[in-house]
Each structure stands twice: as C-alpha cells, then as structure tokens.
Design a protein. Structure first.
Length: 130
C-alpha cells in the first residue's frame, strides 16, 4: 500500500530549463515543461524503492498550475504525496515551492505501474504496425 508515501527533492533552476531555451516562451524563467518534468520525476522517485524488480511507472495524466515565475539560480523544492491507488494506477499530489516558501506550481498526477520489458515490447510492436 503506497497511499501516504511522501518524497521531496530540490533543484536549482538552470539555463537549459528556461522557457526561452526550451522554446515554450520568450524569457529566461523556469519553463512550465521543465516544472512538469520536475514534478513527474519527483513522483516517480517517490515510489521507486517500493517496486518489484523489472517494474517502473509511466505518467498517464497531469493537471498542473504554474503560478509563479522562477529565475535561473532559484532553488525549488518539489514535494510528492501518494493520495490514491486504483489497481496499477497511482495518484499523486505535487507541490513546487521556491526558497521563500511561495508556491510555484501544484498538480494532480497519475502514473501507471508497468513491467519494463513488456511495456517496451508492446511499444515496439505498436510502432511496427504503423
């Protein structure tokens, strides 16, 4: 049972994570796609040690709000909490805050538990059919 599992990690915003660099905007602030990746990575890592050999999770849904800009060099903290499990689907609440404790972003995220080998084989098979 993963419900209640929590995990946090922090990063310092780097140039390659800006909207200007990623092409999602025209200024040098933390890009929304970078925030989403930070959130998904935090969720993934939060339960990684609880999975069986050969298992991983893949993101299937995210609903996020990016509420505050962050400049290069700003330290950001992402906190993840598992709020629900429905079979192989795991739901997370995510919160990103800055060094002042202000909310930068928040999200509801779902990940699906898969067998790595079978998942890749199925993806390759689907690609061949195209």
């Amino acid at each position: 049972m993963l419900i209640g599992t929590e995990f946090s990690q922090q990063i310092s915003v780097e140039q390659h994570q800006t909207a200007l660099h990623m092409g999602s905007g025209s200024i040098e602030v933390f890009a929304t796609p970078a925030m989403i990746a930070f959130m998904e990575n935090t969720a993934m890592l939060s339960i990684a040690n609880n999975l069986n050999e050969g298992e991983t999770t893949v993101g299937t849904f995210i609903q996020a709000d990016h509420l505050k800009a962050s400049v290069v060099g700003e330290t950001l903290l992402c906190h993840s909490k598992v709020t629900a499990e429905n079979g192989r689907e795991i739901t997370f609440e995510l919160l990103v805050t800055d060094s002042k404790g202000d909310t930068v972003g928040k999200a509801i995220h779902k990940r699906f538990l898969v067998n790595k080998t079978r998942f890749i084989e199925k993806a390759k098979e689907l690609t061949k059919k195209r």
